[in-house]
Design a protein around this ligand. Structure first.
Ligand code: ADP
Ligand code: MG
Length: 238
């Protein structure tokens, strides 16, 4: 335990919550399939970043997480890699429909970046990823979603539109990511986030990432996450 504390300190990781899983040192420690390890190597990722070292084992253990680390610290892979494993673990993957992983991001640019990062890891496993954000034809998105996907990466407003149009259903969604939650709040997406979370089964796993943690986000996190582990890397603002 002393070693764990020192290792966390060396990476500037702080955690709170009960029974926090210990941080990993290598991607191999995650027990990824050879295929996924190869995709990770292909990206040129040699070792996990500090947020990945601590977030990956927490998410793999099934816990909800509140993650705070500065821009460029590798938060995307910290939620994308466990999402892929979670999906690959599902029996009868192609027999039912609707996304299993749902990722919300504040802007179309961010949603698109996450989409590209996710696609890189889905080249060899058959997982279908759909991007849903403004600026694209609603009809095209409707058709794509109707054709089926396991992961949807969306801005909150457009996802709500698609849900209203019944382009997709959340019946088998079990993994919800709220990326850059503070910016989603600043853009006024709180009602949409609550609505989306309300449409996904309560026993889902929920991951919330934010650069800052103002009171209103604390409050939302308390309402839509279950016993989250909080992870902070480095200094973050309030
Ligand atoms: P954040 O969401 O925290 O701002 P990103 O997930 O966008 O950061 O990652 C920033 C950059 O770092 C991206 O180009 C990503 O491909 C790269 N990256 C992520 N994880 C690793 C890693 N373990 N090793 C090397 N590069 C990484
Ligand atoms: Mg990010």
């Amino acid at each position: 335990e002393q070693d764990v504390a020192e290792y966390r300190k060396s990476l500037a990781i702080r955690v709170s919550g009960f029974e926090v899983p210990r941080p990993i040192k290598t991607f191999e420690d995650c027990g990824f399939s050879t295929q996924l390890l190869n995709s990770i190597a292909k990206q040129g990722y040699e070792k996990p970043t500090p947020i990945q070292c601590q977030a990956l084992p927490i998410v793999f253990s099934g816990r909800d997480i509140i993650g705070m680390a500065k821009t460029g610290s590798g938060k995307t892979a910290a939620f994308v890699l466990p999402m892929i494993v979670h999906i690959m673990d599902q029996p009868d993957l192609k027999k039912e429909e609707g996304p299993i992983g749902v990722v919300c991001a504040p802007t179309r640019e961010l949603a698109h970046q996450i989409y590209l990062e996710t696609k890189k890891f889905c080249k060899s496993n058959g997982i279908r990823v759909s991007a849903v954000y403004g600026g694209m034809s609603k009809l095209d998105q409707f058709k794509e979603l109707k054709a089926g996907c396991e992961i949807v990466i969306a801005t909150p407003g457009r996802l709500i539109d698609m849900l209203k149009m019944k382009a997709l259903n959340m019946l088998r969604a079990t993994y919800l990511v709220l990326d850059e939650a503070d910016r989603m709040f600043d853009l006024g997406f709180e009602p949409q986030i609550r609505s989306i979370a309300g449409q996904i089964r309560p026993d889902r796993q929920t991951l919330l990432f934010s650069a800052t943690m103002p009171r209103k986000i604390e409050k939302l996190a308390r309402e839509i996450l279950t016993d989250p582990v909080r992870v902070t890397v480095g200094e973050v603002g309030m």
